[in-house]
Design a protein around this ligand. Structure first.
Ligand code: PMP
Ligand code: GLN
Length: 387
């Protein structure tokens, strides 16, 4: 007898990032779909990894992360977000933000609980909720008065929160739209959750990539929000090393205890030489984070300047390394169809926005990753300008 496995996620296909990157490779297209830099992490950091690989850092790190990296995270969050975390009880190093998100959801969500996400929502949230037996409630971001930007519909959020709401997943700076929160938005969020039993899971992986002089408003900054929050971040975007999968989860001690209960049996721990090297690098280059907004803003500006005069409509991204382009003057095809067709025929791969939405509402827009060297961006835009 062949045993049949009844899928727990029967309607979930392969993630769009893998699908589009594979398609780009098959067709030799320039890959501006999946978000990863075309450049390398800093040399000094790579040297530290070489060193640790050869000097005995090849066995398990402590379950919550090495004390050195936790300390570096504490220093950074104190300096940039003004919160002094307890290094032993409030920070856990995890295996990429993905693990931090998954472990948080498993720690918090019980069967029948409702979890709110904002659409377009990063694609790992809902499967994690479903595997925990939870029900995802989608609150679409609304399109701002300028017809381009996305923003939180606070009324809709308040209307969606109810007695069953166990968790709200927020992701600002927002992938894919680049939307950011203001300090006043943190107060709005606090007012919305004040009388609820909802915890917050804040995915802040783009925390250091915010443009035009704006500051990242971390939930770490807000006392009332902090008390019910798990804040997850990643070094992948920060040090140009998405393949290392090192992240962290900051949460009040009681919540961190629950996080670690899951984390220890999910992955147990995170790769040791990377943790040691990252800690030393951050200690010796504390200003590295501050250089990132300028670095990526220059790339954004370069990409947008090249696109001027094309038939795409856009507003420069406020954050992240993604630019949204509206193609409504070029085609009336769906974003999914077009993302594929342009990968195959034009040779530039992008990500459709509608796949991140329960009810597609984002219109004719595609996401392009500009974390690429100038020549790659120029080559891609030349193709896009021919449209
Ligand atoms: N959240 C968001 C919004 C992301 O864009 C990504 C991908 N980079 C992740 C989580 C996952 O991060 P990591 O690669 O560290 O698991
Ligand atoms: N976060 C990256 C993106 O948005 C991709 C991560 C992944 O491939 N899972 O493109």
């Amino acid at each position: 007898m062949t045993l049949h496995l009844d899928s727990k996620l029967p309607d979930v296909g392969t993630t769009i990032f893998t699908v589009m990157s594979q398609l780009a490779a098959e067709h030799g297209a320039i890959n501006l779909s999946q978000g990863f830099p075309s450049f390398e992490p800093p040399d000094e950091l790579l040297d530290r990894i070489d060193y640790h690989l050869r000097h005995g850092a090849n066995q398990y790190a402590p379950m919550p992360g090495t004390p050195q990296l936790r300390s570096a995270i504490v220093d950074k969050t104190q300096r940039m977000q003004g919160r002094l975390l307890d290094v032993d009880r409030e920070v856990t190093v995890c295996t990429g933000a993905t693990e931090g998100l998954f472990s948080t959801v498993q720690a918090v969500v019980r069967p029948g609980d409702e979890v709110i996400v904002f659409d377009p929502a990063y694609d790992s949230y809902e499967p994690a909720v479903r595997l925990a037996g939870g029900i995802t409630r989608h609150v679409p971001l609304s399109i701002a008065a300028n017809g381009f930007d996305f923003e939180v519909d606070w009324q809709r959020l308040r209307d969606t929160i109810n007695d069953k709401t166990r968790l709200i997943i927020v992701n600002f700076p927002h992938n894919p739209t680049g939307a950011i929160l203001s300090a006043a938005d943190l107060d709005r969020l606090a007012a919305a959750v004040r009388d609820s039993n909802a915890f917050l899971l804040s995915d802040e992986v783009y925390e250091h990539i915010v443009f035009d002089g704006n500051e990242h408003q971390s939930l770490l900054r807000h006392e009332e929000l902090w008390e019910r929050s798990f804040i997850v971040s990643s070094f992948g975007k920060t040090v140009h090393a998405t393949g290392w999968k090192v992240g962290y989860c900051a949460a009040p001690a009681e919540l961190s205890t629950e996080f670690r209960r899951v984390h220890q049996f999910n992955v147990f721990t995170t790769i040791t030489p990377m943790q040691l090297a990252l800690a030393e690098f951050l200690e010796s280059e504390p200003g590295f984070y501050e250089s990132l907004p300028r670095f990526y803003q220059d790339k954004r500006d370069h990409f947008c300047r090249l696109l001027e005069g094309s038939r795409f409509r856009f507003r420069p991204a406020k954050s992240t390394f993604f630019q949204i382009l509206d193609y409504s003057q070029i085609s009336d095809e769906s974003d999914e169809t077009l993302a594929r067709r342009w990968t195959e025929e034009i040779g530039v791969a992008s990500i459709p926005l509608s796949v991140f939405c329960e009810v597609p509402f984002t219109g004719q827009r595609l996401r392009f990753c500009f974390a690429k060297d100038d020549d790659t961006l120029a080559e891609a835009v030349e193709k896009l300008r021919s449209l």
